[in-house]
Design a protein around this ligand. Structure first.
Ligand SMILES: [Zn+2]
Length: 236
């Protein structure tokens, strides 16, 4: 913990939990995140998470979610080897679901990279340097972000997003959380958001990625989260 007020963080946590308790979709996401384990990620899971990150980037998540079963069918249920053998038909099918050539091509390029590199090599790299701390957090090798962010349409933020969805305890520095963190005196960037989620994680005995999922869902539901802290007097 830095000099940040623990009372502020606990009050935010309580408000965020209250905001999502009646939201079954959010609770489902949080529970899913709690059980995620990078060691259990299959090659299809990995390909699927890359595709999800590519499709939701600068797109309405609800739209992608609604069309997801059709996208899964278009990408042959994440059989990347079959995708590589049927590029033209896969591309056409994907464009019929969501008309973005850039996104379809980026997903196909990920499949090609996986075919060329081979899953055993990729999987070994993904798990290399993985540690589990006493909070149950899966802490990745920091270089992993660089390993993924050179893939098409996957920059630093998307690399973190993919790793988080694979069960690594990273907080995605998206627009909602980079705005929330500075209200609690954290930097509004990748490291600030990670420290913010990590500090709350230690206070509430939850994984960092679970804290992130709770906060993200609370903020995106537009719940009233502001308060005046009785301990430090901060207006949050
Ligand atoms: Zn406070």
């Amino acid at each position: 913990m830095n000099n940040n007020c623990y009372c502020c963080l606990l009050m935010l946590w309580a408000r965020a939990i209250r905001a999502i308790l009646a939201n079954q979709k959010a609770i489902g996401e949080v529970l899913l995140q709690r059980d995620r384990d990078p060691r259990k990620v299959s090659e299809k899971d990995f390909f699927k998470e890359c595709a999800w990150a590519i499709y939701v980037a600068r797109f309405r998540v609800d739209t992608v979610r609604k069309k997801w079963p059709e996208l899964e069918a278009a990408f042959l249920h994440w059989d990347y080897q079959q995708v590589c053998k049927n590029i033209a038909s896969v591309r056409a099918a994907a464009l019929r679901v969501i008309n973005s050539a850039r996104k379809a091509d980026a997903v196909i390029q990920v499949a090609q990279w996986m075919c060329q590199t081979g899953w055993p090599t990729i999987s070994e790299r993904l798990l290399d340097g993985l540690t589990k701390d006493n909070q149950g957090n899966f802490v990745p090798d920091p270089q992993l972000i660089t390993y993924l962010d050179r893939l098409p349409m996957i920059g630093e933020t998307n690399a973190i997003f993919i790793l988080k969805n694979m069960g690594y305890d990273l907080a995605k520095p998206d627009v909602l959380l980079t705005k929330l963190a500075p209200k609690f005196d954290y930097r509004g960037d990748k490291d600030g958001v990670q420290q913010f989620a990590s500090d709350i994680s230690q206070l509430v005995i939850e994984r960092i990625s679970v804290v992130e999922a709770v906060l993200w869902n609370a903020v995106s539901s537009k719940a009233e989260l502001s308060f005046e802290c009785p301990r430090c007097g901060g207006q949050r």
